[in-house]
Design a protein around this ligand. Sequence first.
Ligand SMILES: [Zn+2]
Ligand SMILES: [Zn+2]
Length: 319
Amino acid sequence: MALRAAELPMPRPSRGELLIEVAACGVCRTDLHIVDGELLRPRLPLVPGHEIVGRIITLGPGVEGFALNDRVGVPWLGWTCGECRYCLAGEENLCEQARFTGYTLDGGYADHVVADARYCLHIPPSYADTTAAPLLCAGLIGFRALRMASNAQNIGFYGFGAAAHILAQLCVAQGRRVYAFVRPGDADARAFAYELGATWSGDSDAQPPAPLDAALIFAPVGDLVPAALRAVRKGGSVICAGIHMSDIPSFPYELLWGERVVRSVANLTRADGVEFLAAIERHPVHTQIQTYDLAEANRALGDLRAGLVRGAAVLVPKR
Ligand SMILES: [Zn+2]
Ligand SMILES: [Zn+2]
């Protein structure tokens, strides 16, 4: 499927909502899964995009914590019920009725977007609009995945794209060792990983020179699960950070034996957002971006699909 440009009526903020003029919107692999029909029941028609940076041009009634002209970030988690067992347990990322920006709510591949202020984030001033955009999902949900790896010292990243390139910098600043696994033969991605301070980089089917304490899988490829299990030590974790993955092939129990763990990471909480943005203020990261005009959204998605984006793709509306 391809996206189609359309004139829509200007959205109006309801109670507690912000009307935001979009300055930049990152292109996430999840957008590709939505456009390709791999995620079920999107809102249709839909404006995709959940890595939004913009400025508030209208405040709905009852908004707290934001003022007109504030710069604001809109992430994937757009609304939760506050009442289900998950919300009550502080696991709003698992809310039964959650709404997601650019999936079940209109998102940021647009000039303007409306968002519930309670789920919006203040962006650290040291980041430009375009370089801040990928922080809002690649960075933020990647950070949640990284927290699942707790105090792992040797960390493997499978798929060295938007998320891994941000987290690798954070890990290096924290004194951890980064092992970057890339598409077999992708010399450019290996070089990119070394530029960002990786200890080692190799093909995704290679064995790293040291056993990993944890592996984070960002590529949507189920074959990487047994590959990563082979690379982690006893007691280590394999964390699947994407929202969609091809089927995981069967593998010998021996790979899981030794208290190895395989788990997924779903969405984000507001607390993840606040904590992540504080972490990258302490340890500034440089997000490598390729910008595209908003009208070129299909080209940006195509480049992401083909593995042609170094770092993250970001859409910028023309004004
Ligand atoms: Zn809930
Ligand atoms: Zn995303």
